[in-house]
Structure formats: C-alpha cells, structure tokens
Design a protein around this ligand. Structure first.
Ligand code: UTP
Length: 233
C-alpha cells in the first residue's frame, strides 16, 4: 500500500523533545517494511514562539507563513535524523522531488511547500499526486467532531464522512470558536478531488497508526471519497 502520513505538530513536537520523534520514526520504519510511505510534518509549539516574535517585530502574514514553513522543515529534518538511512537526506520542497524519492524507494519526509496553507493541504495534494491508497491525518483531535472534545466532553467523532460533507461541516461551524475539525477548509477541498481513502485518528500514540494500517481498526473518522447524492452531515 502507498501511504501518506500527515503528522500534526501538536503530536510530533508538543514540545521540543526526542521521545515523540523517536516513537514516530520507529512506527514509520516498521510500516516501511511492507508499504511505501510519504510523511508530512507539522510545526507545533516551537513555531508559535517563532511566529509570535515575528509578528511582534512587524513581519507580515506571508513572512509569518514562511517562518512556519521553515519550522515544519526543521521538524522534518529531526524526523529524518531519527529514521536514518531509509529516508531522504533532506525534506522535499516540491511534490516532484517527493515523488522521485518515492520511486527510488526512499521514505519521503517533507514539511510545508508554499505560503497561505497548512500541512493539511500539502498532505492532500501529495496524496493525490503520488496516487496514495490511503491518507492518514495523525492529530491531537481524535477524529472529526462537530464540537471541540476538549470543551465538550460528550462530543462524539463522526465515524464516516465524505469530503463534501466535511467541507459543509467546516463552512457551517463558527470558526471563531474552538472547533473539533482538525482539517482545514483548503485541505477538505483538496480531498474532494483526491479520491483517496482518508482517516483522521489520535496521533498522540503513534502505535494507533500501525494498528489502523495493519487491522483497519482505529478510533476516529474515515473520510471516504464522494459518491453522488451524499446528504450534508
Ligand atoms: P502547520 O501545518 O503546522 O499549521 O503549519 P497548523 O496546523 O496551524 O499547526 P499545528 O501543527 O497544528 O501546530 C504552520 C504554519 O506554517 C505555515 C502556515 O502559516 C501555518 O499556519 N505554512 C505551513 C504555510 O504557509 N504553508 C505550508 O505549506 C505549511
């Protein structure tokens, strides 16, 4: 199976420490014994410090995006170091570089690509470009929820959604509130055309990814490609 694994910064670097990076490297190396893997790394807590300082000294939004991209690539570098010889030497900056590395048999690791998006969208584009069989979003929100499970403990994740239902859900939500949707609108729109089976799961324990790939069992939300006439959620 060809997999794209999107690792949110909130689970890869909740703070800058070796443990989650090593745990993710172990899981990725194990998966690579049987699958082709592309990994996209998020930014996490360190980026917020950089972005706060950048904003305080007058950086504009595009400059802040560029700082964010830089941090996603630094995290990719750390993950590359933790994985070792089976992966690329440096984070791919372009999708073509990533696909070439995949064709050579390397584990692909990359961060952001261009301003005005997040790695959610990068992962969806990459999944479409490499014809991935499955896209996995490993996040700190264990699935797609109508309400933030941190503030609404009774909230339940959707078991299944289509990308179009996900788009409707995001548009319906009050985006000023903390939402329970860990995928942004741009990425959801990309999923509408990627036609790739997608799952959103709790990345706090990377073993959840191994279980999901090996058994199909996971707690979270499955996003199946659109069929015609799917009703809104
Ligand atoms: P993330 O993808 O990590 O954003 O990129 P996020 O989801 O808000 O953060 P975490 O991982 O959940 O903590 C961080 C920032 O980098 C810029 C954006 O400003 C984004 O908010 N970025 C990232 C880009 O502009 N383009 C990219 O391709 C990736």
């Amino acid at each position: 199976m060809r997999l794209v694994l999107s690792i949110d910064g909130s689970v890869l670097v909740p703070e800058l420490s070796p443990q989650p990076l090593e745990a993710y490297a172990d899981v990725i190396t194990t998966l690579a014994e049987a699958h082709e893997i592309c990994v996209v790394t998020g930014s996490g807590a360190p980026a917020r410090e950089y972005i706060d300082v950048g904003r305080a000294i007058g950086a504009n939004e595009i400059e802040l995006d560029q700082i964010g991209i830089g941090v996603t690539r630094l995290n990719a570098r750390l993950l590359i170091a933790a994985i070792g010889d089976e992966t690329v030497l440096a984070p791919a900056k372009e999708y073509e570089t990533a696909k070439s590395a995949l064709r050579r048999g390397d584990i692909v690791v990359m961060g952001g690509t261009a301003p005005a998006q997040t790695i959610d969208a990068v992962s969806a584009v990459l999944a479409e470009y490499v014809d991935a069989d499955r896209l996995i979003y490993a996040t700190s929100t264990p699935g797609v929820f109508r309400a933030d499970p941190n503030t609404c403990p009774d909230a339940e994740p959707f078991d299944e959604l289509t990308p179009s239902q996900l788009v409707s859900l995001i548009l319906d939500l009050d985006m000023t509130a903390e939402s329970g949707v860990p995928i942004d609108l741009h990425a959801a729109k990309m999923l509408q055309r990627a036609q790739c089976e997608t799952i959103v799961l709790d990345g706090g324990d990377p073993e959840n990814i191994l279980t999901a790939v090996r058994t199909g069992e996971f707690e979270g939300t499955k996003i199946n490609p659109d069929q015609t006439n799917d009703p809104p959620p």
